[in-house]
Design a protein around this ligand. Structure first.
Ligand code: PEP
Ligand code: MN
Length: 445
């Protein structure tokens, strides 16, 4: 049985909004009651499909690409924005699939990624201290007192924004946009300006030739015309995730129907904490972020609690050690988890261990560090005989300037030019595609 929301909160939840101080306890209950009446955003059967695919990842037969914003925003729910993100993810997936001949499981970090854990409760600017921004699910980004109040009505807006995004994504992936015949179309407005666009164009030409050949011999499978696309976000806000947890009528078991895949963040993965307690009960495929302080015993205990039956595809460990630590710290973890017989998919988040503040004050990441962490991840798994199962990246389909380096050689001085993230710095479109080509090479080796 799923524990009650009160029982979960009684476990001492970290990183939750405080509506009491803003007089919002009643409004919180109303928002939760409203959420409980709203239809599921995803179906339990779709979550099971993804679990089957993640089992293939864990076995070494597929590679998962997870990507999207660090924090989605309500104002970012526009057709252009969603299409751009989807387009870059589809391009990356095609590069990985074609160049490495490995099935790619596509999971968008979108349609629900609205809540952020923060290392500090407050933020100070020019002598003014206000509550930290915790994502549009909790408060506003604008740095003024009214906007930073934790407002429970936002939880319902998370639902509606997720529904609108998901509706568009579903239409795009089944309605022709994701047709492999569109490989060139995804790249228009991009080709001429960049070397990476041209490299992609050559690959698209090869794919087109292969498709034409397939069609000439009479093969035109459904897979050429649509893709399976899934959603994920950090399951951070207990009020929201609990309200979205429903009993599946087919199996009589609970699923969190706010997304196909949910993960527990690095800051909320306490073994006896409420996030682990909730996730233990839902049947979705789930992940846990593991930072550099994770001991092998921590990871084994988490697996024991979250996946006691060792169900294939159920559990993914997303490691985020940082380029400097990964080669020395990951081997012991992977070795001992494997020796303990834990069935898990290993995914690399090369973003969160590589964040630093530029002299101009912008939070940024170096493209080279991102690649170095992925390379370290591959090397460690290859040397241990385990499978580097995927990457989890923060990216956008737009030409932002948030991470430095890459083929465009963005410099610290360029960050101010187009820094749009409300939270962590994302790879832009060029950098994302470059990453895909580099990862494809690592997969091929
Ligand atoms: C994130 O994925 O945006 C995040 C906060 O990650 P982590 O929990 O690994 O720090
Ligand atoms: Mn982030």
């Amino acid at each position: 049985m799923v524990p009650s929301l009160e029982d979960l909160h009684a476990l001492g939840a970290r990183q939750q909004p405080s509506y009491d101080s803003s007089g919002g306890a009643e409004a919180r209950d109303a928002a939760i009651a409203k959420l409980r009446t709203l239809p599921p955003l995803v179906f339990a059967g779709e979550c099971d499909d993804l679990k089957t695919k993640m089992a293939a990842v864990a076995r070494g037969n597929a590679f998962v690409l997870q990507g999207g914003d660090c924090a989605e925003t309500f104002s970012g729910v526009t057709a252009d924005n969603v299409r751009a993100k989807l387009r870059v993810l589809l391009q990356m997936a095609v590069v990985l699939t074609y160049a490495a001949s490995v099935p790619v499981v596509k999971v968008g970090r979108l349609a629900g990624q609205y809540a952020k854990p923060r290392s500090s409760d407050e933020e100070t600017r020019d002598g003014l201290t206000l509550p930290a921004y915790r994502g549009d699910a909790v408060n506003g980004y604008d740095f003024e007192a009214g906007s930073r109040v934790h407002d429970p009505a936002r939880l319902v807006e998370v639902y509606h924004s997720s529904a609108a995004t998901l509706n568009l994504v579903r239409a795009f992936v089944t309605g022709g946009f994701a047709d492999l015949r569109q490989v060139h179309a995804w790249n228009t407005d991009f080709v001429k300006e960049s070397g990476i666009g041209q490299r992609y164009e050559r690959l698209a030409n090869e794919i087109e030739r292969a498709l034409t050949f397939m069609q000439a011999i009479g093969a035109d499978p459904d897979e050429f015309h649509r893709v399976d696309f899934h959603t994920c976000h950090e399951g951070l806000l207990l009020d929201y995730e609990h309200a979205m947890t429903r009993i599946d009528s087919r199996t009589n078991t609970p699923y969190d129907v706010s997304a196909h895949f949910l993960w527990i963040g690095e800051r909320t993965r306490q073994l006896d904490g409420p996030h682990v307690e909730l996730f233990r009960h839902i049947r979705n495929p789930i992940g846990v972020k593991l930072g550099p302080t994770t001991t092998p015993d921590d990871a084994i205990a988490l697996a024991g609690r979250l996946n006691p039956d060792n169900e294939p595809g159920r559990l993914t460990f997303v490691t985020r050690f940082g380029a400097e630590r990964i080669r020395e710290s990951l081997p012991d973890l992977v070795e001992k988890v494997t020796a303990a017989g834990v069935d898990v998919a290993w995914v690399c988040d090369p973003m969160h261990g590589n964040t630093f503040e530029a002299s101009s004050g912008y939070k940024t990441r170096r493209f080279d560090d991102v690649i170095a962490e992925v390379q370290g991840f591959f090397d460690v798994h290859r040397s241990l005989g385990t499978w580097p199962g995927g990457v989890h990246v923060e990216l956008t389909g737009d030409d932002v300037t948030e991470c430095i380096g890459g083929g465009e050689e963005l410099l610290e001085i360029d960050l101010a030019h187009r820094y749009e993230s409300v939270c962590d710095p994302r790879l832009n479109r060029v950098q994302s595609l470059e990453l895909a080509f580099l990862v494809a090479e690592m997969l091929r080796q």
